[in-house]
Design a protein around this ligand. Structure first.
Ligand SMILES: Cc1cc2nc3c(=O)[nH]c(=O)nc-3n(C[C@H](O)[C@H](O)[C@H](O)COP(=O)(O)OP(=O)(O)OC[C@H]3O[C@@H](n4cnc5c(N)ncnc54)[C@H](O)[C@@H]3O)c2cc1C
Length: 340
């Protein structure tokens, strides 16, 4: 969009016949805790209009490994629920409409192997460091969001139940033990039905993968890589939408400036610290297992402002910097290539 608005001819080559084909109308959380600035303000600063369905959530309940609920509230939204897929109201359909309005040409079923100078690759994950499987469903339940942690349910990951406006998503996000995904999902559904008493009508199954890394550079020759194609995603919990949109906009700015080296400087400055800290968080989270998840929730229980506390966990700190080489070494990305 930035490129088309500057008066240049922007072409998007999309492999699939439609946008959002990787998703199934499932809810995803647009996280709002890694910066003090609201995520919607940041997206607006890049010229993105919020005309997709987005519901702010100020409160969530997370169950610890022993099944005890922890309720977290925040005066500012902790996240915005958005829907992913091709249908009306989804983030994907909205971004497509906005791009077309700006004059972007979208060529569907057109995977282009070689891009010209200044081209931006945003082709999604290149491996599976995490997988998520779940159901989207209809429900009479009230709007609410829940999470659950525990290796019995979600090895090294977490489970979630998101309900908004009569639609629901229940899923488990695994960072280990992928071959037991079916069992983990069955346990997740049973767990939330037991704890929350959710009615699940007309369930439709979905699944997907994600990957993360901290690349040395997100540029190969004259081509820039954005979003998960570069490995940009929250290594701790897999929140990747914000990374994808922010990095895509920074790549476009660099391409427009004619200084492609600007891109590495700008993503490093905006996302680099957060990504490195995310690697440390992921390493510690996976290493300490159930005891660690319980300790994390306990710390959040005591925080006067849970959003600020989470932001702290993604901020740069001496401990984070010292632990990074060790954590980076300890985490092996399953990406097909370790850098772009
Ligand atoms: C089940 C699930 C739940 C998730 N939940 C959350 C969440 O709650 N919050 C959050 O922030 N993130 C979440 N994520 C992660 C988030 O969806 C991704 O990080 C984000 O969509 C990545 O955006 P992207 O633009 O890099 O890639 P994508 O959104 O995958 O888009 C890539 C596009 O490139 C196209 N493409 C692929 N190869 C080619 C090619 N060779 N040529 C042309 N086009 C190509 C694809 O068809 C696709 O349309 C979730 C992911 C999954 C799978």
């Amino acid at each position: 969009m930035s490129i088309a608005r500057s008066g240049r001819h922007a072409i998007v080559h999309e492999r699939a016949p439609e946008v959002g084909g990787r998703f199934h109308d499932d809810f995803q959380g647009l996280e709002n805790w890694t910066t003090a600035r609201d995520v919607l303000d940041e997206l607006a600063s890049f010229g993105i209009e919020m005309d997709f369905d987005h519901a702010p959530f100020h409160e969530t309940v997370v169950f610890d490994p022993a099944g005890r609920p922890h309720r977290y509230r925040s005066p500012k939204p902790l996240y915005y629920l958005v829907r992913r897929g091709s249908g009306p109201g989804t983030l994907d359909a909205s971004l497509k409409a906005q791009a077309l309005d700006c004059g972007v040409e979208i060529r569907f079923k057109d995977p282009k192997p070689h891009l010209p100078e200044g081209g931006i690759v945003a082709a999604g994950p290149r491996g599976a460091d995490a997988i998520a499987v779940g159901y989207v469903f209809d429900t009479d339940a009230a709007d609410a969001t829940y999470g659950a942690v525990g290796d019995h349910l979600a090895p090294k990951g977490y489970a979630y139940l998101l309900v908004q406006g009569g639609l629901g998503t229940v899923a488990v996000c695994l960072f280990d033990d992928f071959h037991n995904e079916r069992t983990s999902l069955e346990r997740t559904v049973a767990f939330f039905q037991d704890r929350v008493g959710i009615d699940i009508m007309n369930p439709r199954r979905f699944g997907g993968t994600g990957n993360f890394t901290v690349p040395q550079t997100a540029r190969r020759g004259c081509v820039l890589f954005a979003g998960e194609a570069a490995g940009f995603q929250d290594p701790l919990w897999g929140f990747g939408m914000r990374y994808a949109m922010v990095s895509g906009c920074l790549a476009a700015r660099a391409a427009l400036s004619g200084d492609l080296a600007l891109y590495d400087r700008s993503w490093q400055s905006r996302l680099g610290g957060q990504l490195r800290r995310g690697i440390v968080n992921r390493y510690l989270y996976a290493r300490f297992g159930d005891r660690g998840y319980a300790a994390l929730l306990h710390l959040l229980d005591r925080a006067p402002d849970v959003r600020a506390q989470l932001r702290d966990y993604y901020g740069t700190s001496l401990a984070g910097r010292l632990l990074y080489p060790w954590a980076h070494h300890g985490i092996r990305s399953r990406r097909t290539e370790s850098s772009v």
